[in-house]
Design a protein around this ligand. Structure first.
Ligand code: PLP
Length: 390
């Protein structure tokens, strides 16, 4: 039976995540003159906050775009037509980024995976060691593969590149990891990091962020892929003065300043611990239900989301529809080859214990109502996990 949508909507996606009232209020302020004397204060606050969550002291830009625009910006600011780029297809987002690269005429090489783990550093080392002519211009990986709930160990990827002595640039999609889990642009010597507003930063969709290394800034000088809107040099030149080369998404910047302040108030490490603790509780629930997760490598399980595999013969989207109609809760769908096979529980952004428990109660009840064979007790297991894991 469909219930009327009273109470609040549970947005349990791995992005867009819940937007806190403080951020929404900031966004609703009257728009100001982006060429006025006060604007640099906003620009500087936002860039300083982004540097802090991306853990970089280098150049950062904000563009009005979703993460997909950020992918494009990362490629056109570093590469030339025909350049070889090595991707690890860890899931649908890695596959989509590789497709963007193909459309730009790059020579895309894809290392396949079973979509149940992150990119394998040893495999990368082997591939790069075999490229003695250094024909690979860039390696591209997705840090937190939101379609599977598996993480790539970026620090280990960088070490593998070092061991192979290979000069390729390292491009990282950190769309669902910045502000959600530990991410270190400078320390891991990432050349370009791409992120977006609607996940760990608790913002509506609409902004993409890029951080780049000095090497990436150098590479831009020789990069011949056409670029105009995404030209990072033009953006950096303007934002250093506190302004933008075109009309920025002013009200989203108001919201971003607020969300960055909230992350700083809680403390980034505390935010990461909160997400990790919630992720552990969700995994306890999944285990108690007798179900499995899409990610099969314990060290690579995401703290941002959990992708749950449906038993054979049960359609994950039918279950998701039931949960939406009955409990007014949105769960993430399976993407690409995982359509109908998995559903994704987002546990990122503005969340607390009771929100998580309510979401898990909706999942447990929904699975039962959809006649999916599970053991009851997942919610109880999650509550025990939260009680013990303080
Ligand atoms: N990369 C990852 C890891 C994502 O999770 C997403 C979106 O969910 C994207 C890229 C694409 O970003 P967008 O949908 O904002 O264009």
């Amino acid at each position: 039976m469909t219930r009327p949508p009273t109470g609040w909507h549970f947005l349990q996606l791995p992005g867009p995540s819940n937007v806190p009232a403080r951020v929404l209020e900031a966004i609703s302020r009257p728009t100001t003159d982006h060429r006025g004397p006060d604007f640099p204060e906003l620009t500087n606050a936002v860039l300083a906050g982004l540097r802090s969550v991306m853990r970089t002291s280098g150049q950062v830009v904000v563009v009005p775009a979703s993460g997909t625009g950020g992918w494009e910006a990362a490629l056109v600011n570093t590469l030339s037509p025909g350049d070889r780029v090595l991707f690890f297809e860890t899931g649908q987002f890695a596959a989509n980024w590789a497709e963007v690269a193909r459309r730009f005429g790059l020579d895309v090489e894809v290392v396949p995976t079973d979509w149940r783990r992150g990119a394998e550093p040893a495999q990368l080392e082997e591939r790069l060691s075999g490229d003695s002519g250094h024909s690979i211009a860039a390696v591209a990986v997705v840090h937190n593969e939101t379609s599977t709930g598996a993480m790539t160990r970026v620090a280990d990827v960088r070490s593998a590149m070092d061991r192979a002595g290979h000069p390729a640039l390292l491009l990282v999609d950190a769309v669902s990891s910045v502000g959600s889990v530990d991410y270190r642009h400078d320390e891991w010597r990432v050349d370009v990091t791409v992120s977006a507003s609607q996940k760990g930063l608790m913002m509506p969709p609409g902004l993409a962020f890029l951080a780049r290394s000095e090497r990436a800034a150098e590479a831009a000088k020789d990069a011949r892929l056409p670029r105009s809107y995404w030209d990072m040099d033009a953006m950096v030149a303007q934002t250093e003065k506190g302004y933008f080369p075109y009309t920025p998404a002013t009200n989203l910047l108001f919201g971003l300043r607020e969300s960055l302040a909230m992350l700083e108030e809680e403390g980034l490490d505390a935010v990461f611990r909160r997400h990790a603790r919630h992720a552990r509780a969700v995994r306890e629930a999944v285990h108690a239900w007798g179900l499995g997760t899409q990610c099969v490598v314990p060290d690579e399980m995401s703290d941002v989301l959990t992708a749950v595999v449906m038993p054979d013969g049960h359609d994950a989207d039918r279950f998701r529809t039931l949960v939406l109609e009955r409990f007014n809760m949105a769960l993430g769908t399976g993407l690409g080859r995982l359509k109908g096979r998995i559903f994704r529980i987002g546990h990122v952004g503005d969340m607390n214990d009771l929100m998580l428990i309510a979401a898990l109660a909706g999942v447990e009840s929904g699975l039962t109502l959809a006649s999916v064979p599970i053991e009851r007790g997942g919610v109880d297991a999650a509550m025990r996990s939260l009680e013990q894991d303080d």
